[in-house]
Design a protein around this ligand. Sequence first.
Ligand code: NAP
Length: 243
Amino acid sequence: MLVTGASRGIGAEIALGAAKENYMVIVNYAKQADDANHVVKQIISAGGQALAMQADCSKEEDIVRLFEQIDQIGTLDSFVANAGIIGGQNPVSQTTASQLKELFDINVIGLILCTREAVKRMSTELGGIGGKIVLMSSVAARTGGIAQEIHYASSKAAVDGFCLGLAKEVGLAGIRVNAVRPGLIGTTIHELHGGFEVINKWASGVPMGRIGQPQEVAQTVLWLCSEQASYVHGALIDVSGGR
Ligand code: NAP
């Protein structure tokens, strides 16, 4: 299983959980090698198999290199497109083209290019043996997200549309594709708008009255990659405490 953006947060929990389910896990990261190596060490010391692989998933050349490196190791069974950023906090009146480019390069274009590489390898129509793909969206895709971060919501809405269309395209090619839409999950991504203190205040607006844990998202992703979800395809699954 390849998990992009697995050096911390939700991606790290997906990697740790996948290793417990006997996947050999590729822990991708862009910048934080120490964090990625820590995830790998945790997996190996628990008896699992993992490798850290650097690649900036907003760059096509890095993405192609990442998948070619994985080809040297074995066959890709599952791909989780998890890497993503919020992309700054400002009203639309102050949005810049360079800000949008940085955001969409990772959250949308990079996600689609990574998925292209996965589909090329998995598709039974292209000589592969099938596989599972999970795309990391957000409830922001349907709620519009938080004020001053609507660029982020827009990027995640693009992920939802891509998931729905891709499900139609690869349904006969042995690939199951789904998207997961987390709500407020306790990770470092929220440092941009005040960290845990702020999101714990927002938790009062969540029907379940609390923020979610990265493990709760990871469990859903791993279920989608499992045979238990054998007829789940083209689904957008909220993991949001009812938000
Ligand atoms: P996080 O704690 O900020 O972690 C982000 C991860 O993505 C890190 O491992 C980071 O690695 C990696 N990353 C960032 N840019 C990258 C790039 N260009 N190429 C490869 N890796 C890159 O975020 P998170 O909260 O776990 O979020 C994970 C995903 O869930 C994101 O797609 C996010 O939009 C989505 N999500 C999160 C929440 C939430 O409340 N936390 C809610 C809805 C959706 P490096 O530091 O090494 O670059």
